[in-house]
Structures are given as C-alpha cells and as structure tokens.
Write a protein that binds this ligand. Structure first.
Ligand SMILES: NC(=O)c1ccc[n+]([C@@H]2O[C@H](COP(=O)([O-])OP(=O)(O)OC[C@H]3O[C@@H](n4cnc5c(N)ncnc54)[C@H](O)[C@@H]3O)[C@@H](O)[C@H]2O)c1
Length: 392
C-alpha cells in the first residue's frame, strides 16, 4: 500500500491553483490528503474553500472538481502560515508566495518537520536566500524542489534527447527568448538553457540591463505580481521586488557552448521560445503560445534538406509530474530533477547578469557576492525616461 501524504499550500493566489491541480491529478490524488491552506488575504482563503469550480489554471486547464462538482480546496485555512505548520504538521507543503518570502517559509517548514517542499520559482531574490533554503533543507533532510517545471515537458525533454543524439551536430549557440523580467520569467529561460546544455556548468556571463521603468497600467495591478508604482519610484515592482524592463545576456558553458538570453524590452516576440543551433542543424522549440500552425518542436537535422516536425510533444501537466517525482524522491531517495541545488545554479546566472551590468564587464562564476547586485545597480543609476510600454 503506497504512502499517503498530508499536504498544505502556503499562499493561495494564482499559482496555487496549478499546484492544487497537480495534487488532484488522477496519478496523484489517491496519495494526497489536502489538509489546509494559508494566506493573509481573507478573500484568498474564502476562494480556497468555497464550493464551485475555480477559473482555469495558468496553463489553461480547468481545475479538478469532485464528483459532486465541488471545488477541491482544503477543509481548513489559516491567516498565519506558522500556525498551520504547528497545528497541521503536514508532510508536504507547496510554497506559492512571492520570492522574498521563500527563504523564511522554507526554513519554517523544515523546522516543522515537513518532508517535501514544492517551492515556486524564482527560488529567492538573491543567492543568500537560496543558500538559507538549501541549508535548512539539507540540515532537516527535507526534499526541496523549485518550480522550473518546463524541464518535465515533453518538447523540452525531446529537444535535449535530440541534442544528445547528435541531431544538430556539435551544439554551438542556444538562444532563449521571453517577454518579462529576469527573476520571474528569465529564471525559466536560463533554467531551460542549462537543461538543453546538459546541465554543464556556466563559466562566465556578460549582460546588459535596461533599467527604464515599465509602465504598470491600473488594470495590470494585482495581475501576475504587478504592483502599483509608488510616487517618485524610479523602477517597477513585481512579485515584491524591483524589476528591470529588459535584459540581454551572453553565457559560456564549460563545454564551449554559448547561449544568449533576450528578455522583456530587449527580446524578440514570444514567451519561453528557444532556437538551438549546432554545427550541422538547428532545433526550434515553440513558446508557450505557439503561432497558428507552428509546431511545438521542429528540427533540421544534420544532412537533411527540410525541417521535420517532432510529433507527440504536446504540453502535459508539469505540476502533476513534479508531485509524482517528489513522491519518488521521498520514497526512493532519487534526486528530483527540479532540485534546489540546480535551481541555485540558475539563480546564480540571473544574479551574474545584474552583476555584469553593475561592473560593467564579464563575470566569471562562481559569483562571490551573495546579495542581489540589482539594488546597487538601481541606487547608482540615473535613468530618467518615459515609461517602457509592456508591448515594446
Ligand atoms: N511555475 C510557474 O510557471 C509560475 C507561474 C506563475 C507564478 N509563479 C510564481 O509563483 C509565485 C506566486 O505567484 P502568484 O501569481 O500565485 O502570486 P499571487 O499574488 O496571485 O499569490 C500570492 C499569494 O500569497 C499570499 N501571501 C502573501 N503573504 C503571505 C504570507 N505571509 N502568508 C501566506 N500567504 C501570503 C497573497 O495574499 C497571495 O494570495 C511567484 O514567485 C511567481 O513567480 C510561477
């Protein structure tokens, strides 16, 4: 009889629905007892327990409902997450709050004896935060997973297999493209570039950052982490920390492979789109919302005259897979593919892009500074320009 786990969710906003969907997926549901959720917002707590179907999750799927058509939330909610941990003693928690809170929540969960944590990306706002999380988890023997779930999607795993099978010859240059900012969105882009590169260590990073503030229109406030601009503030705030409006970076892996990163105002259109060039071919990985008739994955193989569409790589529920693999890690001790040490390596690249802009110049890894170079960069900048429209 396989083990069942008492599960709680900390932070009951947008992405918590995707976690809920992951726990409620058919392959996981029988092993999960969702005991409680915590949020400082009474509305969020109410929504989490009320009957009725929630709107579709971030990946467009509707949430699971019970046979009676009731929302599959949790029976109890708490305003204080520490009280939840103390009273409920969950085996697994999902941390679905903004990144400045991730370190203290991971530390508290580990201290409360939680066995497995699915913490949302980005891991934290600086490397000091990442290190606190890893230290707490390793000390307590807790499996800590960070939500870079693209690594589990078929088009990503198939692309990596094609590269490893030599379909494009020797990898030369990988390009990652995403609307958005380095921390919230670039963390997925860098993580995927590292994944395609076979997780080879990154040797150095050069980066430039566009610090012009982004326009946050009133209708955007409260959506995907955007906060209302404060009077006199010269930067945009998202998910509880300052963000840049664009970034462009170059990476060299120890294998010699180069990668480029285009984000926000510096990026070509698309979200999490990748062009992977080798000496003898190329792979294109579509963005989250492919254009009409655009394949999810296509390859121009070594020696072939035409592009080939790779079939059978439609998006799957990455959150469900993340949960299933957590069960395996807890029961067999197998490393989780989204483990925290890997996420720290991704975070180090993000910090190195800011550090390169701050110096300015090439940044060799490992990065010694543990605080975010963005604060220093913002303090020294004299950007005084019109707001950058999100469409630009
Ligand atoms: N993996 C992905 O693809 C993906 C997609 C979207 C968002 N995210 C990440 O998920 C995280 C949350 O994003 P979101 O869009 O759900 O944000 P959100 O603002 O919708 O939800 C955050 C929730 O946390 C609650 N909260 C704040 N302080 C709290 C505290 N002390 N205790 C308990 N709850 C508290 C807020 O009230 C809010 O309900 C971010 O780090 C974001 O980058 C990941």
């Amino acid at each position: 009889m396989p083990a069942t786990y008492r599960v709680a969710i900390l932070g009951l906003g947008g992405i918590s629905r995707a976690h809920l969907h992951g726990y409620r997926a058919p392959e996981n549901a029988a092993r999960v007892e969702l005991v409680a959720g915590a949020d400082i917002s009474p509305e969020a707590r109410e929504r989490f327990t009320q009957a009725g179907e929630w709107p579709a999750g971030p990946e467009g799927r509707s949430l699971g409902t019970s046979p009676e058509g009731r929302t599959l939330g949790a029976p109890r909610t708490y305003a204080q997450y520490r009280e939840l941990l103390e009273r409920e003693r969950p085996d697994i928690v999902s941390i679905c709050t903004w990144p400045p809170l991730h370190p203290e929540m991971v530390e508290a969960a580990c201290a409360a004896g939680v066995k497995g944590i699915l913490c949302e990306k980005p891991m934290a706002v600086d490397l000091a935060g990442c290190d606190r999380m890893i230290e707490a988890a390793e000390r307590a023997g807790t499996v800590l997973v960070i939500g870079h779930q693209r690594r589990l999607q078929p088009k990503f795993t198939r692309a990596r297999e094609l590269i490893e099978d030599g379909a494009i010859g020797e990898p030369e240059l990988f390009c990652g493209i995403a609307a958005g900012d380095l921390l919230a969105d670039g963390t997925h882009t860098v993580d995927a570039l590292r994944f395609f590169a076979g997780d080879a260590p990154v040797e150095w990073v050069t980066g430039s950052v566009d610090l012009r503030p982004r326009e946050v229109r009133p209708e955007m406030v409260g959506r995907v982490g955007y906060q209302a601009p404060q009077p006199g503030e010269r930067y945009t705030t998202r998910y509880g920390h300052p963000v840049e409006s664009g970034a462009f970076a170059g990476l060299r892996f120890t294998t010699g492979l180069r990668a480029t990163l285009e984000l926000g105002a510096c990026a070509r259109p698309g979200y999490q789109r990748f062009h992977l060039y080798g000496t003898d071919g190329m792979i294109k990985v579509s963005g989250d919302r492919p254009a009409e008739n655009e394949p999810y994955l296509h390859v121009r193989r070594k020696g072939a005259a035409h592009w080939e569409t790779v079939e059978g790589v439609e998006a799957q529920n990455g959150f469900a897979r993340e949960v299933t693999l957590l069960f395996e890690s807890l029961e067999r001790g197998t490393p989780h593919p989204l483990n925290a040490r890997s996420a720290r390596a991704t975070h180090e690249v993000l910090m190195a892009v800011f550090e390169s802009a701050r110096r300015p110049g090439r940044v060799d890894l490992p990065l010694e500074a543990k605080s975010s170079p963005l604060a220093d960069l913002l303090a020294r900048t004299s950007v005084d320009s019109p707001l950058v429209s999100l469409e630009s």
